[in-house]
Design a protein around this ligand. Structure first.
Ligand code: TPP
Ligand code: MG
Length: 796
């Protein structure tokens, strides 16, 4: 614990009060959890101070507050009086919000104080943005909030709305020092979030939360339409704040477009977007008038604008905007004009890129000064009383800062990683068995008509996925399927054909052509308690929006101690071998960007029977454990029927009836073995499995006995099955249709080496190339002949 409580507004500062001999701040940028400021910015952790150590910014504010007085003589107004004629903000409310604004400012001060002493790791503050206190006040505790990183005052007001009220100051301080006891991220990041406050934590990737916010607003309404409960009341709205520079990010632009696009079609979308426009993004100015010009006139999205330095104006405008979003179930855009005080972060020296006049103009628009002016002009507080209040808040926050400094932090990898993707395979397995029993009561005949899929004879991969989706939708009322062309057309390859007819357009629907928005809707749907199964038309186009998986879906559990999860199964058509058709983008075979995402499940079913079992496992894991899965469907195998000879039907499989689902379940991370040869183990997956099985047959004619392991799960790899299959022959050939570099074979070989496998290992993989059109595609893809040759080499 450190003591900072003796600091004073006028006579001393946190920096001054602190023991000057305590640990010096490490030079350079903030720690790894800190958003990096400009690389060349010199270190400056404490606020600017004069020779006596006093904080110049605080002194300036004190002088400006003193200059507001004196208080006009007369009767003091009643607490319920308006703080200003024409505003609905009462004096009592204004005082409450002022306290939150003050505490937020002092949290920024505390952040720098802690940082300067090596006790804190994060100094991006909310100074200048404290007007967002009034936005929180205009909303309900139960309106889910996805917040900008300058939302200190918003968070404190929200904390005060809980019953009993939470001590939001301590929450934030614990985040600053990365304490394991911090309530949302548990020391993994400094984020604003708390399930009881309905504040969903956000990552540092600016704007990446907007698609999810749109998706959540969409899903609240969609769940209501489907008659399903969500964690929020039926008249909740979603609030999402972000900065002015962030508004230019394609993720934000796409999300705003999707919100408008939905509203334009009359779809309910109760969303309040709050752009906290301080006119700058780190050092880059936003052109004057840009946010207003870019944000007015969006179809069916109403624009509101408020002066963030004027609490009454912000409160009145936020109320109007919230009313619009809540009552009309339509998106509202609140342009909150703010300033940024004290630079981007503690390490940022803004005088390097802003003129003194610009900085002075922002100081004059300090929202604390604005609220003080309101209160003094209303006769509610004298300047001296304002300063007293400031001092009290300061002393309290800094005393608490001293108390949290030195709080225990995460100290082992196990502790850090515990919430990445907690899994309960036994519970998932039991659930699959239960569901098989329940299936008897599902309206399967309504969905499948007179012929149940198990009675329809052998199916292709595409048909098996289609029938499984149908069965699962019949049994999971919250499951929704959506994406480009999945509705009326039934998908580019017919995999979702008939689903919209069977389950209605409320549960199976086409999306706008924007992968970020498709995944954003899925992320919001998962939060709302639905089970989203979006389709991405081709693997290359998942890469187009990968951050929604990598940065958003996969990290939510980590940054919320698994208090928020992302139940999600993303179906992706992908991989190659389409006989020269489609070129690179329809044959993309790059998986490296997925396989390294902690906690992500990557499933790659090659055969119809595997696909059914694997999809059921992914859905059950999503529903029960909040797992995030990529279900990668090999396009070239969708309609394949044969294995060895034309007409042999070797790639078809019958659909299992519900009573066999438990028996035939495919747990996450279990491979499938073909054959029992003792000369060579071929390890493969996807298209490679079919090529390997064919190659194994040829090799058998040469007297070579192979066993072939289908990995089925590319993340996590089926370690045990893999090692067992390798040990059985002592010779391993990996047949990998992904690229030599970053491909799956690298992971398999590493697994073998890590486990101490000492037998022979070789691999065939596709080239480090993009795929050309036409016959030339085969020159860079792994081939059946290459597998055979490599096997002969390995055994020779
Ligand atoms: C996608 C992404 N690119 C870059 C960054 C680094 N970065 C952090 S904050 C920031 C500026 C954001 O400015 P603005 O949206 O105006 O918010 P403000 O900090 O001014 O409140 C940048 C570039 C990031 N976090 N995310
Ligand atoms: Mg900005």
């Amino acid at each position: 614990m450190m003591s900072a409580a003796a600091a004073g507004f006028e006579g001393g500062t946190a920096a001054q009060a602190a023991d000057s001999s305590s640990a010096a701040s490490p030079a350079g940028q903030d720690g790894p959890i800190q958003d990096a400021p400009a690389q060349d910015a010199p270190a400056q952790d404490a606020p600017a101070q004069d020779a006596s150590g006093q904080d110049l910014a605080e002194q300036r504010l004190a002088r400006a507050i003193r200059a507001l007085g004196p208080l006009q003589p007369g009767v003091r107004p009643a607490p319920y009086d308006s703080v200003r004629p024409g505003s609905v903000l009462s004096i009592a409310r204004c005082l409450e919000l002022f306290d939150a604004q003050l505490a937020s400012r002092h949290l920024d001060l505390a952040a720098r104080w802690l940082r300067a002493r090596g006790a804190g790791y994060y100094t991006i503050g909310s100074s200048g943005h404290e007007g967002n206190a009034a936005v929180a006040a205009a909303l309900r505790l139960t309106d889910p909030a996805l917040l900008h990183y300058r939302s200190g005052a918003f968070y404190l007001v929200r904390a005060g709305q809980a019953s009993p009220p939470r001590d939001g100051v301590t929450d934030v301080l614990l985040g600053l020092v990365a304490a394991a006891a911090e309530p949302i991220a548990g020391g993994r990041h400094k984020v604003f979030g708390h399930p009881e406050l309905h504040v969903i934590p956000q990552t540092s990737t600016i704007a990446s939360h907007l698609p999810r916010a749109v998706g959540l607003a969409f899903s609240l309404a969609r769940a209501a339409k489907l008659g399903l409960d969500t964690p929020w009341p039926s008249d909740a709205l979603v609030v999402c704040s972000f900065g002015d520079a962030s508004a230019n990010h394609s993720t934000a632009v796409g999300a705003l477009n999707t919100a408008s696009y939905c509203a334009y079609q009359g779809l309910p979308l109760p969303l309040l977007l709050v752009c906290e426009d301080n006119g700058i993004g780190i050092s880059v100015r936003t052109p004057a008038g840009w946010i207003e010009s870019a944000s007015t006139g969006r179809p069916r999205m109403k624009y509101f604008s408020a002066d963030g330095a004027d609490l009454a104006d912000t409160y009145d405008t936020a109320l109007a905007a919230a009313r619009w979003a809540r009552e009309r179930r339509a998106p509202a855009f609140l342009h909150l004009r703010t300033v940024r005080l004290g630079g981007h972060a503690g390490t940022d020296v803004e005088s390097a890129y802003r003129t003194p006049a610009e900085i002075a103009a922002d100081n004059a628009r300090d929202p604390l000064l604005g609220t003080a002016r309101l209160l003094v002009q209303a006769g509610a507080l004298s300047p001296a009383e304002v300063l007293d209040r400031y001092e009290e808040s300061r002393a309290r926050v800094l005393a608490l800062a001293g108390e949290v400094a030195g709080s225990p932090r995460l100290s082992t990898a196990e502790q850090v990683m515990a919430p990445i993707a907690p899994r309960r395979p036994a519970i998932v397995a039991a659930n699959l068995a239960d569901r098989a029993r329940q299936a008897r009561s599902w309206p399967r005949d309504l969905v499948f008509g007179s012929q149940l899929p198990e009675d329809a004879g052998p199916l292709t991969l595409a048909q098996a996925i289609n029938r499984t989706l149908s069965d699962e939708m019949a049994g999971r009322p919250g499951m929704i399927v959506f994406g480009e062309d999945v509705g009326r057309k039934g998908g580019v390859y017919g995999v979702t054909r008939g689903l919209q007819r069977a389950f209605g357009s409320g549960r199976v629907f086409d999306s706008p052509l924007d992968e970020q928005s498709i995944l954003g809707v899925a992320l919001g749907a998962g939060l709302a308690g639905l089970l989203p199964v979006p389709e991405i038309q081709y693997l290359a186009y998942l890469h187009n929006a990968a951050d929604q998986i990598r940065g958003e879906a996969a990290t939510l559990s980590f940054f919320s101690r698994a208090q928020y999860r992302n139940p999600l199964v993303v179906r992706v058509a992908g991989l190659s071998y389409q006989q020269g058709f489609g070129g690179h983008f329809h044959n993309d075979n790059g998986l490296a960007a997925l396989r390294d995402i902690p906690g992500l499940i990557v499933a790659c079913p090659a055969r119809p029977d595997d696909a059914a079992g694997m999809l059921r496992s992914c859905l059950a894991a999503a529903e029960l454990d909040g797992s995030v899965s990529i279900f990668l469907e090999p396009i070239a195998l969708y309609h394949e029927r044969d294995l060895f000879e034309p007409g042999d039907g070797g790639w078809l499989a019958s659909y299992e009836p519900p009573e066999r689902w438990a028996l035939t379940q495919v747990p996450v991370g279990r491979g499938r073995l073909y054959g029992s040869g003792t000369d060579l183990t071929i390890i493969s997956f996807g298209n490679g499995l079919r090529l390997s099985l064919r190659a194994a047959r040829t090799l058998a004619t040469e007297g070579v006995g192979c066993r072939v392991l289908d990995l089925r799960w590319l993340a996590p790899l089926p370690f045990d099955d893999l090692l067992r299959a390798a040990a059985a022959t002592g010779r391993v050939l990996i047949a990998d249709e992904t690229r030599r570099t970053g491909g799956v074979s690298e992971g398999v070989i590493t697994t073998l080496v890590d486990a101490g496998f000492t037998g022979r290992v070789a691999r065939v993989a596709s080239q480090d190339s993009f795929l050309p059109l036409g016959d030339a595609a085969s020159t860079v893809l792994m081939s059946e002949a290459a597998i055979e040759d490599a096997a002969r080499d390995l055994l020779s």
